[in-house]
Design a protein around this ligand. Structure first.
Ligand SMILES: [Zn+2]
Length: 467
């Protein structure tokens, strides 16, 4: 068996690995590389192999850095099956469409500039047509139901606890009556994430490809999330201002709504209106509702015990789909909580809310996720003032903060525990650390060696291993 590492190798985006076995090529994830525009465009456009030589794809979860380059693969000639859980299929179908639209939108401005200086316009990486083709190649498979992507290879999905439908994958290769098991961790979730079941280790592993995003960090307790929401909403009511929460539409928004519903059920939510202003979040929440097979026991009980208890909505919460509703919300002068996207304030409706309210001292902005360098979100957290929004300089008088304790990824103790369980339940020979910047990957590698993992490698893009 050969392992080729083509993405999320020495970095966190563009997850893409190829397992070559028995003359077949099975791809694990096909994510979009995200980074500086020019480099990203080149890496995503120029696949490092002939797409038609790939026999099957196994997709760990729907996040764009794992699924977002599938339409390019299909556009380049891949016609095989894409195996994933059914929740991943539904989320990816919606998120890939969004990705195609964002790319077309971005390109419009780039091409306008290119035309002005007499240059040939760029073609989009892929279009909605390519997304439709891709979705028709998805093959949904339940957790812990074996499937054979190619002859003599049997796979199974296990809960990864990272987002709806997320999975770790066991890949069993049979040869001359013996079996070798490669485990691909996918992204490993944080313990205590609401709605989802906890991440679980996979037994019988010989080889492991493992994520290392937070290999050097310890998260705050997720209980802190609810306390911070409660404090900020109380302040919002007292001051009569806006509490603006920039949040990713997929996962983070549903988690925050879940926590708010808990406060509502406990009678601890003051009587102010709460809005989720993001069309993608509205659609994704609908997808959540039809996948109870992914929920933890607490969420299932809440849904079954009490008809009025809805973990994805409650009387004081309103979802805004239309532009008209969003504009009306923008003009309102009353105290309100507004949850909107994009999570790093790089686009989307959140920009209008920030432009209208950042200069008011009664406004609070509470970030609910990682803010990458150079994004508006990071600038606000770093105290930059004024900030540029739609070409205007906006004065910041609002209070800027960050909700602690909500991360979709396991921290260092969580990752070491996951691997400890994997070692205990298998005979791990070698671990390949992916999906991490250099420092956290190295720190985790050291932790794994201390934990008696015989061999740990941190592959770089383009590296291959005979295993
Ligand atoms: Zn992910």
């Amino acid at each position: 068996m050969q392992l080729h590492f083509w993405g999320a190798a020495g970095t966190v985006t563009g997850s893409m690995h190829v397992v070559e076995v028995g003359g077949y090529r099975v791809m694990l994830d096909c994510g979009l590389y995200q980074g500086r525009r020019k480099k990203a465009f080149q890496i995503n456009r120029e696949l490092p192999f002939e797409a038609a030589t790939i026999d099957a794809v196994i997709l760990s979860h729907a996040h764009i850095d794992h699924s977002g380059n599938l339409p390019s693969l299909v556009r380049s000639g891949f016609t095989g099956p894409i195996f994933c859980t059914s929740a991943t299929r539904d989320l990816a179908a919606r998120m890939l469409l969004d990705s195609a639209k964002i790319q077309a939108y971005d390109l419009k401005y780039v091409n306008r500039h290119r035309q002005r200086v007499g240059k040939r316009p760029f073609e989009p990486l892929y279009t909605t047509h390519d997304v439709h083709e891709t979705v028709s190649q998805f093959v949904p498979i339940d957790y812990q139901h074996g499937f054979e992507p190619v002859a003599n290879v049997r796979c199974e999905f296990y809960d990864a606890g990272h987002m709806l439908g997320s999975a770790g994958v066991a890949v069993d290769v049979r040869k001359n009556g013996s079996r070798r098991r490669l485990v691909f961790s996918g992204d490993i979730g944080n313990t205590g994430t609401p709605i989802l079941r906890e991440p679980r280790s996979i037994e019988g592993a010989d080889l492991v490809i493992m994520e290392s995003t937070y290999g050097d960090k310890v998260h705050e307790s997720s209980r802190r999330t609810k306390e911070m929401l409660k404090e900020s909403i109380a302040q919002c009511e007292a001051s009569g201002g806006k509490l603006i929460i920039p949040a990713f539409s997929v996962g983070r928004t549903q988690e925050i709504v879940y926590r708010l519903n808990e406060l509502f059920e406990a009678g601890e939510l003051p009587p102010i209106p709460i809005f989720v202003d993001s069309p993608l979040a509205v659609d994704v929440t609908d997808i959540y509702r039809v996948h109870p097979e992914c929920f933890d026991a607490e969420t299932v009980d809440a849904l079954e015990d009490d008809d009025d208890n809805d973990p994805f909505g409650f009387h004081r919460l309103r979802y805004c789909r239309s532009v008209k509703e969003s504009k009306a919300l923008n003009k309102s002068t009353e105290a309100a909580v507004i949850i909107s996207a994009s999570g790093m304030c790089e686009g989307g409706r959140i920009l209008h809310h920030l432009r209208n309210h950042l200069d008011e001292p009664t406004t609070q902005v509470l970030f609910a996720g990682y803010q990458a360098p150079n994004t508006l979100g990071r600038k606000l957290l770093d105290g930059v003032n004024p900030v540029p929004i739609y070409g205007q300089k906006i004065e910041v008088r609002a209070q800027i903060g960050k909700i602690e304790g909500c991360s979709a990824h396991a921290d260092r103790p969580g990752l070491l525990h996951w691997m400890g369980e994997t070692q205990r339940r298998g005979s791990v020979e070698q671990v390949f650390l992916v999906h991490g910047e250099a420092e956290p990957a190295q720190a985790l590698a050291e932790g794994l060696v201390e934990q008696n993992v015989p061999q740990v490698a941190i592959p770089q893009r383009g590296e291959s291993f005979d295993v």
